[in-house]
Write a protein that binds this ligand. Structure first.
Ligand code: CA
Ligand code: CA
Length: 379
């Protein structure tokens, strides 16, 4: 597995900082070598918040202040805030089926054949996204909590309200753990515990600072799996460091490779070393034409015309690597249900070792180690 040369990219990012900041003060992330010092940063700009998952302070400050503060030996680097976004390729809101259906993706990865061994019961899966429809009848039994990271800036008032006002997060949640009952759909791990971590607004976009806040919550609250169906094409050292810290804390991190149809690394956080990058397949096992591919792809999963839960109690069909990602997050939950003592590295290794090899034999740039296989993964 070839991963990015982080040091070189950091330098590129730092060198580009002076070009990023215009005359108006901008939001920056000041990352310290050791302890984050809000008082120090406050001498240069308006402090918004302090993180502990990485030693960082978020502040609004002018370009000259960024230059001056960068010279402080306690400061490791300063980077701009970056926009992150979901990228579903298409969607069509559908009527609820008359009886529960087994979506083709759940069927294709043989999740239903794994349930006699594991349903992912009690495994904590964070859907870090636009939120989750908190009272969706096909999700509510599995929703155990969550957090609205955007609320810390006052845009949404209640940090405990992670209700989905976009639909994307609810769709991903249903792929992981829609309830096995008489209605709607059923997820890959139908008894996994869902946590809605809202980091993206009703436009489906958000910022690196809110995403760091959300991932920090995941670590603080003992999430087992962090599912991230979003990203940007910009390398982002603070998000990379945050994902690494979550990995070091024991979390399994899964993310969509991106929908630009290009050889990567072009999608972050999926390309960061601590995160599994997932490409998307159709029902004939072909990689979707718009799916990113490249050196960081670890697994492929169903991502074309995926039917799942939606906001306001609804159901819809969406396509994207955004949909492939939660299939893998669900299988990770199944593995942890079968093997509660597994480390995140053991879960990752199991996913690699049990994937159904497709394309050229062995690991390749389109399928990674292959199509995720739920049944094989829980043996
Ligand atoms: Ca159902
Ligand atoms: Ca292969």
């Amino acid at each position: 597995m070839k991963k990015i040369a982080a040091g070189v990219l950091v330098m590129c990012l730092l060198l580009s900082v002076s070009g990023v900041f215009a005359a108006a003060p901008e939001r920056v992330i000041v990352v310290f070598h050791d302890n984050p010092d809000a008082n120090l940063v406050g001498q240069y700009g308006q402090v918004e918040r302090t993180f502990h998952i990485i030693p960082a302070v978020v502040a609004i400050m002018p370009e000259e202040a960024v230059k001056a503060l960068s010279k402080n030996p306690r400061v490791k680097y300063i980077q701009p805030d970056i926009i992150q976004y979901v990228t579903p390729m298409q969607m069509s809101v559908s009527a609820e089926p008359l009886a529960q259906v087994l979506p083709w993706g759940v069927d294709r990865i043989d999740a239903e054949l794994a349930w006699s061994t594991s349903t992912g019961a009690g495994v904590k899966v964070a859907i870090v996204d636009t939120g989750i429809d908190m009272d969706h009848p096909d999700l509510v039994a599995n929703i155990k909590g969550g957090f609205n990271a955007i609320a810390v800036k006052g845009k949404y008032r209640d940090p405990d309200n992670f209700d989905d006002d976009h639909g994307h997060g609810s769709h991903c949640a249903g792929i992981v753990a829609a309830v096995d009952n008489s209605i709607g759909v059923v997820g890959v791990a139908p008894e996994a515990w869902l946590y809605g971590v809202k980091v993206l607004s009703n436009s489906g976009s958000g910022t690196t600072t809110d995403c760091i806040e959300g991932i920090q919550w995941c670590v603080d609250n003992g999430m087992d799996v962090i599912s991230m169906s979003w990203g940007s094409t910009t390398y982002d050292q603070a998000l990379n460091d945050t994902c690494q810290a979550a990995w070091d804390a024991g979390c399994v991190l899964v993310s969509s490779a991106g929908n630009n149809g290009v050889e990567t690394p072009d999608g972050y956080p999926s390309a960061y070393p601590s995160v599994m990058a997932i490409s998307a397949t159709d029902s004939s096992d072909n990689i979707a034409s718009w799916s990113n591919y490249g050196a960081e792809i670890e697994l492929a999963a169903p991502g074309v015309s995926i039917y799942s839960t939606y906001e306001d109690g609804g159901y819809t069909t969406m396509s994207g690597t955004s949909m492939a990602c939660p299939h893998v997050s669900g299988v990770a939950a199944l593995i942890l249900g079968a093997h509660p003592t597994y480390s995140n590295q053991q879960v990752r290794q199991t996913l690699w070792n049990t994937a159904e090899d497709l394309g050229t034999p062995g690991w390749d740039i389109y399928y990674g180690y292959g199509l995720v296989d739920a049944q094989a993964a829980v043996v």
